[in-house]
Design a protein around this ligand. Structure first.
Ligand code: BYC
Length: 334
């Protein structure tokens, strides 16, 4: 099934004997936790994998603004509106740090945007679901930002310097995002009306399984994991992080008095983890392929933003060209 989801299969990791001397020296640096910087020699596939992952991450931050923006004009209080606005602005900032990190690898922001708009680059499946009520905004903060932190905290220690450093600030801000979501849900679940509690349960039911899918396909189906983990682009496997997320989130749901929409969820004393039901992987596959509830709407919004900004990009270029022509004239006159 996943063969249809991915363009390349990079599962085979070279043994030391198969590596060139340069590749061995590179792997030794990675193994010794020495950061790789943009100008350092790196295997071409390391560069490509980073561009793929960092750009997909950047696109996710940018597209991720859209579901929440749907509630900006309808936030229940001025305070909630200001908080939501700040969060959405943070996501734009994260996208920018990440595009900059990707650009250090020799790809331009325009190329990355084109890859998003033509469907060549992906963004996280989670942002293709609709935000139907105000409780969805709190639930996204709690679950989606919670899952993002679980995935991104280890990335602060990844092997590529610019990516790892960008993650430090991103993680600090994501923690605030997660808290704001949980805070909004605490208000509604613990101090709100029965209708508000029911609204939170409904949102939770809809976002729980897609949040578990955010971590990617199961390890045995994850085509990139083995190589990415050998290069420390990823430090944990998809299933490891998913399990950590479930273990962390179940007690939080219990505190809110929300029921986990999984009849097979139970604490496994022997493993020291929660067991949980089978994920419907065909749903992730369908969303990633472009057939989720909001894929078309999300891409159309990004395409419109890009087209609407054309006059501004042209203006900036014209200004830069004028400035550099003036500099040249001054230089020649001197
Ligand atoms: N959605 O071999 P695998 C955020 C693709 S949070 C779409 O396991 P890998 C935010 C995968 O790209 C979200 N596609 O891949 C939060 C690959 O296809 P390609 C963003 C997915 O890379 C709150 C194929 O499936 N976070 O931004 O080793 C508010 C096979 O998978 C998904 C990041 O991007 C998915 N859920 O592992 C606002 C974190 N899962 O590329 C914003 C950085 C898998 O070959 N990224 N695929 O065509 C990662 O950690 C890894 O890339 C993943 C996937 C764990 C996501």
């Amino acid at each position: 099934m996943y063969a249809q989801m991915v363009k390349t299969d990079t599962t085979s990791v070279k043994t030391r004997e198969e590596m060139s001397a340069e590749e061995r020296a590179f792997q030794d640096r990675v193994d010794a936790d020495i950061k790789i910087e943009a100008k350092d020699w790196m295997p071409e596939n390391y560069r490509k994998t980073l561009i793929r992952q960092i750009s997909q991450h950047a696109h996710s931050e940018i597209v991720g603004q859209l579901p929440e923006a749907n509630w900006l004009t309808r936030a229940p209080t001025l305070e909630r509106k200001a908080i939501l606005l700040a969060k959405i602005q943070d996501e734009a900032g994260h996208g920018l740090y990440l595009y900059c990190a990707a650009e250090t690898l020799g790809v331009s922001r325009d190329e990355l945007t084109e890859q998003l708009l033509t469907g060549k680059a992906k963004y996280s499946s989670i942002f293709n679901y609709p935000t139907l009520t105000w409780a969805d905004v709190g639930t996204i903060g709690w679950l989606v930002d919670g899952a993002a932190i679980m995935n991104q905290v280890p990335l602060q220690r990844c092997s590529f310097g610019p990516y790892s450093r960008a993650m430090i600030r991103v993680c600090k801000e994501e923690s605030f995002h997660q808290r704001q979501g949980y805070d909004a849900l605490m208000k509604m679940c613990l101090k709100g009306t029965a209708a508000q509690k029911a609204m939170c349960q409904d949102a939770f039911n809809r976002w729980w399984w897609p949040s578990l899918m955010m971590f990617g396909p199961p390890d045995k189906e994850s085509v990139h994991s083995a190589q990415s983990m050998a290069w420390k682009i990823k430090l944990n496997s998809n299933d490891e992080l998913r399990q950590k997320f479930v273990d962390q989130t179940v007690p939080q749901a219990e505190y809110l008095g929300l029921e986990i929409p999984d009849p097979n969820l139970s604490w496994n004393e022997e493993r020291g983890h929660y067991d949980f039901g089978e994920i419907d992987w065909s749903e992730l596959f369908s969303v990633v392929r472009g057939d989720g509830p909001c894929n078309r709407e999300r891409l159309a919004a990004r395409r419109k933003a890009w087209d609407d900004g054309a006059w501004f990009r042209e203006g900036l270029m014209a200004h830069a060209e004028k400035k550099s022509a003036r500099k040249d004239t001054q230089k020649n006159a001197a």
